[in-house]
Ligand binder design. Structure first.
Ligand SMILES: [Mg+2]
Length: 283
């Protein structure tokens, strides 16, 4: 079975591992399941997750982590095979993922500095980006916003890693990628393709990473507005975890097509739900 596993709110919550999850996923991997981690987080590079998940005892390798920047890079490579230069408005992890698939990456911060120093003409003369990729930019500035939206207005393809409006941290709710994307959308007048959940692209890339079909996967996630609709969009089954942002009351209020295939409050309930889906799948 292919398990597409969300990270924050499922495997860990902030810096705290969720009890029993790493052990359960290790048992599933040893029993032959494919475990692929899927996260909308647009800030980090795959190696960062490998280190973190391995330290928790979860089964992981770089090709089993499909974050929204990784999926965005793979998507752009497919839809724009001739594309060379990409402008990235986001964190360092986004730039590294785009570079890994062979793009020449210009970070929006560097581009903004260059435009301030040399003017827009020199920047344009050095080669206009064919695409602008936007994620969460922790150093967002008006100048970076200006460079990204100018490139889009000049014809670059606009792709968003995801559109999460906010995300939870130890310091409270913080503005997510969606807030940055909305600013670029407003300034450029162009609506982007968004790769992360609830859109289907992230799960499609994750399944493709192990040569499987997304419709054969089981999505394990905590987000009613992200994981659940993404699973539905690719025809995958979904187990909704109550270890993150969703409550039992919210989960049980979902009806018909909206409802997950199972609800699990913790790792033992997830294990039972997976056995149930496995039995149903082979029947
Ligand atoms: Mg989550």
């Amino acid at each position: 079975m292919l398990l597409l596993v969300d990270l924050d709110g499922v495997v860990y919550r902030g810096s705290e591992p969720i009890p029993g999850m790493a052990e359960l996923l290790s048992r599933r991997a040893a029993a032959g399941d494919d475990v692929v981690y899927v996260t909308n987080n647009s800030m980090w590079y795959r190696a960062d997750y490998v280190e973190r998940l391995a330290s928790m005892g979860a089964p992981v390798s770089a090709d089993r982590v499909v974050s929204s920047p990784r999926a965005t890079a793979l998507y752009l490579r497919e839809v724009e095979p001739g594309l060379e230069r990409v402008l990235a408005l986001g964190a360092a992890g986004l730039g590294r993922e785009l570079a890994d698939v062979g793009f020449t990456v210009v970070m929006a911060g560097a581009a903004a500095d260059r435009v301030a120093r040399e003017g827009i003409d020199r920047f344009e003369a050095s080669g206009r980006p064919g695409a602008v990729v936007v994620g969460l930019d922790p150093d967002l500035s008006w100048e970076r916003l200006a460079v990204a939206s100018a490139s889009i207005r000049a014809g670059a393809r606009f792709v968003a890693t995801n559109r999460d409006p906010i995300y939870p941290t130890e310091r409270g709710l913080m503005p997510g990628s969606g807030a940055v994307v909305a600013a670029v959308e407003t300034a450029s007048g162009v609506r982007p393709v968004s790769i992360g959940k609830p859109a289907p692209f992230l799960l499609e890339e994750a399944a493709r990473a192990v040569g499987a079909r997304p419709a054969d996967a089981v999505m394990i996630g905590d987000g009613i507005l992200t994981d659940l609709p993404a699973a539905r969009a690719v025809g995958a089954r979904c187990i909704l975890m109550l270890t993150g942002v969703s409550s039992r009351l919210e989960a049980e209020a979902l009806r018909g097509d909206e409802a997950p295939d199972a609800i699990a409050a913790d790792a033992p309930e997830l294990e039972a739900a997976l056995s149930m889906l496995r039995a149903a799948g082979s029947a």
